[in-house]
Ligand binder design. Structure first.
Ligand code: PXG
Length: 298
């Protein structure tokens, strides 16, 4: 496997990061997880824009242009023969001293991995996933904005540990006001009365790329969709519930805190969205072809 690391494509064994890298020492950095379908990178532009926004929010100057990042993502896929897989693009604060000061780090560390991914086992897509509500609250937006896709995932990992200890694999996180924010690595939607509802970003959700795709698909399917505060009660009494994420795609939810959601099976709206999402991912995206051979990238 070839990994892009600081301007070079190196083998997995050579792809090593300094123990003085602030990404490791302090979780100081940002990242994106991006899917490749059928030789095309899905929503690359939006991922790079979000990366840039996250970097800006933490005052991190990415040392590469957007165009260069597009090329590196494509080239890493090409070198590894990845036509269906997952790209992990990481920018850390870089190598510095012991001590928090980020401005003592000379230059950011940039690396890109292109590999396979299976976030959840296939059976959750057929039968639905069981969720619990975590006791760990989503980090307060005044502490770290959940819109920043940072390397600091401890808040989410603590909730994930609760899910695993409860015998499942994903947890709902509530915000400081008790409203639903999102899951540990996915956004959450419910369907009630034929309408799609998801928490506003200000309730502690990441501005998910897949979340945005679901809004587009809803409009195409003439389904009403909007952002609203959601409580645990709203989830428990919803007709359907599903999760969205780049790695996860669209995952039907079968149970929440031991209560079946709707019939307890994937609902019809969720199944329709899953099918439309699948169709879209096969057709749209930035081709990983070499530059001159690339046709209009969406
Ligand atoms: N919320 C959080 C906290 C996330 O980390 C999403 C929602 C979904 O957003 P997108 O834009 O992907 O639709 C995420 C996504 C990984 C990994 O290992 C990345 C995420 C989640 C789980 C694993 O790369 N991020």
């Amino acid at each position: 496997m070839k990994i892009f690391l600081d301007g070079k494509y190196v083998s997995q064994d050579e792809a090593k990061i300094s123990v003085f890298d602030h990404g490791l020492l302090y979780g100081d950095g940002v990242f994106e997880g991006i899917r490749v379908y059928n030789g095309k990178i899905f929503r690359l532009d939006q991922h790079l824009d979000r990366l840039s926004a996250s970097a800006k929010a933490i005052m991190l100057n990415i040392s590469m242009t957007k165009k260069e990042l597009v090329e590196v993502c494509c080239e890493t896929c090409r070198l590894n023969g990845v036509r269906d897989g997952y790209i992990r693009l990481v920018v850390t604060r870089g190598v510095g001293n012991l001590g928090l000061d980020p401005f003592k780090c000379r230059k950011p560390t940039v690396f890109v991995i292109a590999d396979k991914i299976e976030l959840y086992p296939g059976k959750v897509y057929r039968n639905g996933i069981e969720l619990i509500t975590a006791a760990t609250q989503r980090v307060h937006p005044a502490a770290i904005s959940p819109s920043i896709k940072s390397l600091n995932y401890l808040n989410n990992i603590l909730a994930k540990i609760e899910a695993i200890h409860a015998g499942t694999i994903e947890a709902i996180m509530l915000n400081h006001s008790g409203y639903v924010a999102e899951c540990t690595g996915d956004n959450l939607f419910i369907v009630r009365g034929g309408r799609l509802e998801t928490p506003p970003v200000s309730d502690g959700a990441l501005v998910g790329i897949t979340r945005a795709v679901v809004f587009e698909l809803a409009s195409k399917l003439k389904l009403a969709a909007g952002e609203t505060h959601l409580t645990r009660y709203d989830l428990m009494t919803a007709d359907e519930c599903f999760l969205t994420g780049t790695a996860a795609e669209i995952v039907p939810v079968s149970k929440i805190d031991c209560r079946p959601v709707g019939t307890g099976k994937p609902g019809s709206v969720t199944l329709k969205l899953m099918a439309e999402f699948h169709k879209l991912t096969r057709t749209e995206g930035t081709p990983i072809l070499p530059v001159g051979k690339r046709v209009a990238a969406k």
